[in-house]
Design a protein. Structure first.
Length: 521
């Protein structure tokens, strides 16, 4: 491990400990409450809604209207919407109802052709939705709109989904909190004094509050799984290079990026994950064998030794550790699944490995491009000073990222071959252990959602998620209850590359034990 990096992490954690009484007071400030859900349509899964629409038990227009009303009810509290398309969505809903009434397709044929016909969906703003804002939270991109739908959205619309809106993200999707200078900050529906996470934080907040039934997110370093944990919902990070990246921003010219970057579903109900993944993966997903039934009794479940403690990295909450142990016991007792504790030696270098792999990527957009003088970039240090005075057009999170990127996280670039070798060895050992019938249960993030503007004290915790991006592994985050503060907690189920179906099968089984999403009260 790199001592400079870990010692800085230690002092950051120490600082948070010393400030604990002050932070407790901030967390105790009055907060707005998300209204309880009264419309029963909002408590059905996307799969159930699609079935009711096909059977003409409910109209598509009713469903879309219910979700629009709920979004309007909660968004003033959570601030998760970047831009909506309600009028277009209502028009498409009426067209869908006319289609069902006037055409003679059998229910089964409609299900096969368009399994989510008439069901609403929300999408993270980095996903291109034709005509809607594509600023990705940056004031330098204000006014830019997507000129066409992303490839992933084309597939979702082909399956019958109706997009309602694009949701808020951190500027350029850089950050653990969805805060930007265009939309402000997004709040957690379970406690508005806390973050909804990042970078798919707008999606997480909408889903957690019952204002969306399914959403589309991206995961580059835990950006699906962390917001899903913070907001008490499900999310799946796919195997690398399965869902097409066309139509997403920011993009890079470094092909290695797409070993780490993935696009995947975020849902309130576990039953919607698999059908959504089938749609998103398309022909590229044939290698995942998603229709192949999983015999859970033949799976092997791995757990980590060492109580997850790493010097300079936030400790994992006791409730999360207890939840992982409970999951293990449940799988052993109810399915007689074989379990085994493993220790991958290079996991202890995970944070440094991830930093080195990420901060040596090339071809990133120029975040410092000066709109007034394209030939001369903005000065990052001057922008930091201007930001502190409220005069910069760039957020502090992006400026900190630029500095970290410039200095590769304060790890010499000459160390890249060393950490790359460790990464390859770790990846080989891990994938060999799991094979084609193993899953690994691990924290998605070491804590529940933290207070606003505390990214610096928790940033090192992303190593629990991003290590599996580096290894290209699929991972499913599931909710497992609440901590003593009433905030959602979760865990992730990881498998070897192309074994996504194992993650989803175990997620569905564990949901029987933990119960899934619970509306905020």
């Amino acid at each position: 491990m790199n001592l400079l990096v870990r010692i800085s992490g230690f002092f950051i954690i120490l600082g948070e400990t010393l400030l604990a009484p002050f932070l407790w007071l901030l967390d105790s400030l009055p907060r707005q409450r998300v209204p309880p859900i009264k419309d029963e349509l909002l408590l059905l899964s996307a799969t159930q809604l699609a079935k009711k629409i096909r059977n003409q038990q409910v109209s598509c227009e009713e469903v879309i209207k219910s979700y629009i009303n709920r979004i309007r009810e909660v968004n003033p509290i959570i601030n998760a919407v970047s831009e909506e398309r309600y009028e277009s969505a209502m028009h498409e809903a009426r067209e869908a109802d006319r289609f069902i009434k006037n055409h003679y397709l059998s229910k089964e044929k409609l299900k096969n052709l368009k399994p989510f016909f008439g069901v609403p969906i929300t999408l993270k703003e980095c996903c291109g939705v034709e005509g809607l804002t594509w600023s990705v939270g940056s004031r330098l991109r204000e006014g830019i709109r997507a000129y066409e739908d992303s490839e992933a959205l084309k597939r979702l619309k082909g399956a019958g989904f109706i997009p309602l809106l694009v949701s808020s993200v951190p500027e350029y999707c850089v950050g653990l909190e969805s805060i930007n200078l265009v939309n402000g900050w997004t709040k957690n529906p379970y406690n508005t004094n806390r973050t909804s996470g990042g970078s798919s934080g707008g999606e997480g907040a909408l889903l957690g509050s019952g204002a969306s039934v399914v959403g589309l997110g991206t995961d580059f370093a835990g950006s699906i799984r962390i917001p899903c944990q913070f907001n008490g919902i499900y999310g799946h990070k796919t195997t690398s290079r399965i869902v097409p990246k066309k139509g997403f921003y920011p993009d890079t010219t470094d092909d290695r990026t797409y070993d780490y970057f993935t696009i995947g579903p975020m849902t309130r109900y576990v039953e919607d994950l698999m059908p959504m993944l089938k749609i998103l993966s398309g022909a590229e997903g044939t290698c995942l064998n998603l229709s192949e039934k999983v015999d859970l009794s033949k799976l092997k479940v791995f757990f980590s030794k060492g109580k997850y403690d790493q010097f300079g990295v936030p400790k994992v909450q006791k409730e999360i550790v207890a939840g992982i142990n409970e999951a293990r016991q449940y799988l052993e007792s109810h399915l007689s699944m074989e379990t085994e504790e493993i220790e991958i030696e290079d996991f202890k270098h995970g944070f440094e490995i991830c930093i080195m792999m990420y901060l040596t990527l090339g071809g990133l957009p120029n975040f410092l491009e000066n709109p007034n003088n394209p030939k001369k970039d903005l000065n990052v240090y001057m922008e930091v000073l201007k930001n502190l005075m409220g005069k910069s057009r760039l957020s502090l999170f992006v400026l900190m990222f630029i500095i970290l990127y410039r200095y590769t996280g304060f790890i010499p670039k000459s160390h890249f071959p060393y950490y790359q070798k460790k990464m390859e060895r770790m990846k080989s050992q891990f994938n060999e252990a799991l094979g084609d019938n193993g899953v690994f249960i691990y924290p998605s993030f070491p804590s529940s959602a933290f207070g606003h503007y505390r990214t610096a004290t928790r940033a090192y915790g992303i190593c629990f998620s991003m290590i599996f991006n580096v290894m290209g592994c699929p991972s499913t985050q599931i909710p497992i209850g609440f901590d003593k503060s009433g905030m959602p907690i979760g865990l992730q189920i990881v498998a070897a590359p192309k074994q996504d179906r194992l993650c989803l099968a175990v997620a569905e089984e564990l949901s029987k034990r933990f119960g899934g999403w619970v509306p905020p009260t």
